[in-house]
Design a protein around this ligand. Structure first.
Ligand SMILES: *Cc1c(COP(=O)(O)O)cnc(C)c1O
Length: 366
């Protein structure tokens, strides 16, 4: 089976060196030394300050919403992973879906203002596939209407725009270090904040709002990262540049072989330094996508329909929340993410592209 992604695993010997340290220290969670080291190393690598490690990318979103004190309506993208919407609903807020741009598949800033009401507290947008939202325009709109901005940056580890980390935009950016992501700690995540006060709140909230022996200062939850997860991160982080380079090479093979086909790709904005986190392609129609998907599955290749369904159509939403988002619904019905991971071979990409081209040309695979 060629899956859509394969978790990068470091040499087990490297991991056991950290396990030895953990055993000797006898300290496996509660902001241990490996967690502190990982937080510093990630902040240095990404060139950001105000970073708090957490248990996963979903709790990162929930903590950002909580720490910024958001309530009522949150304007959000219809095109992302379901965790973006779920975190809004879970925090008792209302997602107000706004459609996406046809180039980057990120929230369309032209449509945001029409969705603002006196109950709007924030904009929560996703840098989907690691392609940056129009951060300048979104900030202008937020400033004008006094809204907070959160970016779900689960796909955007290491992404830069004009040489600067994309994570510096908005009041908070959230990261996921899940095993399927470019950089991972098995399960994990982080919140990056603009403001030191908000960072402090996240720090407090992720550990029950409790510090010292007897101080219970704020409402909190348990979203701490363990030392075992931090150890995985410390093994993977030094490899991230190689991981990105290797994924870039695979993406280049796809580009070469699929060029001139009927496919459509996201259009990177000017100034982007991409992380090659995903290789999404858009087919001319839903039927063609499904044909290609079946042809690939018949050959033991597992692309994924990232992201489908369009979030405004999630079955558990109340009817009022299901605003139509034609662009997002159209892209969702036609997209596939192709396999992309360290160790994917040129020969495998050749096979995948052969099947895609053949199916697009109306051929029948044997
Ligand atoms: C993976 C992902 C999340 C959730 O992260 P977890 O670490 O799995 O909780 C949130 N948003 C997006 C866009 C994601 O892809």
């Amino acid at each position: 089976m060629i899956p859509v992604t394969r978790t990068f695993l470091p040499d087990i010997e490297e991991y056991t060196v950290y396990l030895d340290k953990i055993w000797r220290a006898g300290h496996i969670t509660n902001n241990g030394s490996l967690c502190r080291q990982l937080a510093d190393d990630i902040a240095n690598y990404l060139r950001v300050s105000n970073l708090e490690l957490v248990t996963n990318g979903t709790l990162a979103l929930q903590l950002a919403i909580k720490a910024l004190g958001l309530k009522d309506e949150i304007i959000t993208t219809s095109y992302s992973y379901v965790a973006t919407t779920n975190s809004i609903l879970w925090e008792g807020c209302e997602p107000v879906f706004v459609d996406i741009e046809p180039e980057t598949f990120c929230i369309n800033p032209d449509l945001i203002e029409a969705a603002i009401t006196e109950k709007t507290s924030a904009i929560l947008a996703t840098h989907v596939y690691g392609y940056p939202c129009d951060v300048a325009r979104i900030q202008q709109i937020a400033d004008k209407h006094k809204l907070k901005v959160i970016y779900d940056a689960a796909h955007a580890f290491g992404v830069k725009l004009f040489g600067e980390s994309i994570l510096q935009h908005g009041d908070c950016s959230t990261l996921s270090f899940h095993a399927t992501k470019l950089f991972h700690t098995a399960e994990g995540g982080a919140v990056v904040c603009k403001d030191a006060e908000v960072t402090k709140r996240v720090f407090l909230m992720k550990k029950f709002g409790h510090i010292g022996e007897d101080d219970y200062l704020d409402i909190g939850i348990n979203a701490k990262m363990s030392e075992l997860h931090a150890a995985m991160g410390l093994c993977v982080l030094p490899k991230v540049q190689d991981i990105i380079a290797s994924r870039k090479k695979c993406s280049g093979w796809y580009d070469e072989q699929l060029e001139g086909s009927l496919l459509q790709w996201p259009v990177p904005p000017v100034g982007l330094e991409y992380n090659y986190g995903y290789y999404p392609v858009i087919f001319p129609s839903h039927d063609v996508m499904m044909k290609v998907r079946h042809a690939l599955l018949d050959n033991d290749i597992g692309p994924r329909r990232y992201f489908c369904p369009s979030l405004n159509t999630l079955p558990f939403l109340t009817p009022e929340l299901k605003r139509v988002c034609p662009m997002s619904e159209s892209i969702s019905s036609r997209v596939l993410c192709l396999p992309l991971y360290v160790g994917l071979s040129k020969a495998e990409v050749d096979v995948i592209c052969g099947i895609i081209r053949h199916t697009l040309q109306g051929g029948v695979m044997l």
